[in-house]
Design a protein around this ligand. Sequence first.
Ligand code: PLP
Length: 372
Amino acid sequence: MPNIDYENLSGLNAPFRSEYEKVFSALLEKGWFILGEQVTSFEYEFAHFLNAPKFLGLASGLDALEIPLKVLDFPVGSEIIVPSNTYIATINSIINAGHKPVFVEPNLQTYLIDAARIEEKITEKTKAIMIVHLYGKPCEMDPIMDVCAKHHLQIIEDCAQSHGAKYKGKSTGTFGFGAFSFYPTKNLGALGDAGGISISDTSWYDKIKAWRNYGSHIKYKNDYVGDNSRLDEIQAAFLRIKLKALDDITAHKQKLANLYDELLDENLVIKPARSADWEEVHHIYPIRHEQRDNLKEFLLSKGIKTEIHYPIAPCDQKSVQDVFNKNGWILNEDDFRLAREIHRSILSLPISTIHSEEDVRYIAECVNAFKP
Ligand SMILES: *Cc1c(COP(=O)(O)O)cnc(C)c1O
């Protein structure tokens, strides 16, 4: 019986091993580890990849979400619009920055924030919309940007799963502040924690650059109460190596996604949506099934490991509920009913560079053979 991992970080990085070892030795020899030539070069190269004016390396994806909120300096307790279907980091960034997350339900076809439901949530306290290009699918940017312009809101894009994904030809992360994670399992992953921010309005560049380094432009002179959120030289060097292969990584995932689309029986499972406006990067290939847990068990019995992104909706997390209770905010079930439904029924099928078309054929065959 086959033994198919969901992901395998050793296998994922194997193609880059000799280049990684070479650059590691060189940097160890050089003895410069924080904010140097590797970081500057990676920032330049990743900005070029996105076609973004500026990019800055940071310590994590969470920091990349949090720092724009802090730099924008909204009054404490401002309202930030966010999808109810996302990974917890998106929500935590808003709370950590001292603001209130205001949840908007996803569209049940795309699983992304429902642009048509945003405007009804805007109040005089709303300062920004934080959207999430979840699973490698771009959000519906035209209506979202219209709402932002109409209400003078900032836009922060969670691009942790969308490196290189495009909406109508424009890269995610170039509509506002683009928050990227380079966590090892992401499409562009480092060998440790790493992140960065793409900056469309370059008037914010200097402040963010200082902010990541204790609010300092000049050594020991501090203009802002910033953070320590610096991308390591060694991680930047690894990322530069992998970035050269990112188009190939994405192409491989697209090929596997197309094959799943072709082989999975739509009478048996709900397949992920597609759109002519999207160039997806398929960070995750999510299907939905009424008997998700049984399907997951069944696939495991066939030697196939799957994941759930994510098993518990953010609004059902104790952490979020505690913060809402403490602040006297109300969590309305109507704001996360669809998110809950997605979290209950979603299942991620293997779709990594370690997987072959043969793997996908076997997985699709097993999914189609599942009898609820
Ligand atoms: C991974 C992820 C993050 C957080 O990134 P870290 O680098 O782990 O801090 C944020 N949002 C989403 C959607 C993610 O998938």
